[in-house]
Design a protein around this ligand. Structure first.
Ligand code: PGA
Length: 241
């Protein structure tokens, strides 16, 4: 595991974007696993700037997002597809056919998850998976005590996750109750992982995940078992290391 400590959120974002730019330049048809949340926003803005100055051509990249709410209209402003369209896909002009998220509209959630796993396999697997980390160590919607072997599956959101995400909805009642998420087994199948964390509020969980015992109660701790992980932290998130 390689840990890089940046001086600021802006520098963290630049370093993380550079990891992706180098991969896309080496392998223009690479498969990227992407994440939502506030942490990767700066990195996505850097990627958009890189393409604008012709340092990057994303046109042959295929993307798979970690997760998507269930039973939310695809064009809902808080759907993860809309987040990705706003922050990355539309600014980069990506062909929607190359951008994948679990199908939140399929009434058969498990079938949607199985189809997602097949699509990842058909694309040749994920070259690089971007991850943020939750305050409880979750990655994707894999909350504490998730199985390390899980593939993409339906999860019922915990009350704390509903509460954390309700800031983005009109009221907590509007937050979807379920999501489809890549499982920890899916994430660990990526050939490379790029974990980002920013802010002093992530410092305690970063230490547990990177230096503590590997256990399902801290889902991100499983990354210690992956052979190619790059962790990019800002100084605040690294302050307990
Ligand atoms: P954040 O979310 O980037 O908004 O902090 C990370 C996560 O919960 O996985």
């Amino acid at each position: 595991m390689k840990v890089v400590i940046a001086q600021s959120y802006a520098e963290m974002s630049r370093i993380a974007a550079d990891v992706i730019v180098r991969l896309v330049n080496e392998k223009p048809d690479c498969v990227l696993g992407l994440a939502t949340g506030s942490t990767p926003l700066g990195m996505y803005a850097e990627l958009v700037r890189a393409q604008a100055r012709a340092a990057l051509d994303f046109s042959c990249v295929t993307t798979f997002n970690l997760d998507e709410y269930r039973n939310i209209p695809t064009d809902h402003e808080q759907s993860y597809r809309r987040y990705m369209e706003r922050n990355l896909f539309e600014p980069l002009g990506l062909d929607p056919a190359r951008t994948n998220l679990p199908d939140c509209t399929n009434p058969d959630g498990e079938a949607a998850c199985a189809a997602y796993e097949r699509a990842i396999a058909q694309a040749g697997g994920i070259d690089l998976q971007v991850l943020g980390i939750g305050h409880n160590g979750h990655i994707g919607f894999n909350e504490p005590a998730s199985e390390f072997t899980d593939r993409t599956h339906v999860v019922t959101l915990s009350p704390s996750t509903i509460c954390a995400n309700s800031r983005l909805f009109a009221s907590p009642d509007d937050v979807p109750r379920q999501a489809c998420t890549m499982g920890i087994g899916t994430i660990m199948g990526a050939r490379r992982i790029l974990l980002l964390a920013s802010g002093v509020d992530k410092a305690a969980i970063v230490v547990k995940a990177l230096r503590g015992p590997v256990m399902p109660q801290v889902p991100a701790s499983v990354l210690q078992y992956h052979r190619d992980v790059v962790v990019v932290l800002d100084e605040e998130a690294a302050s307990c290391l």
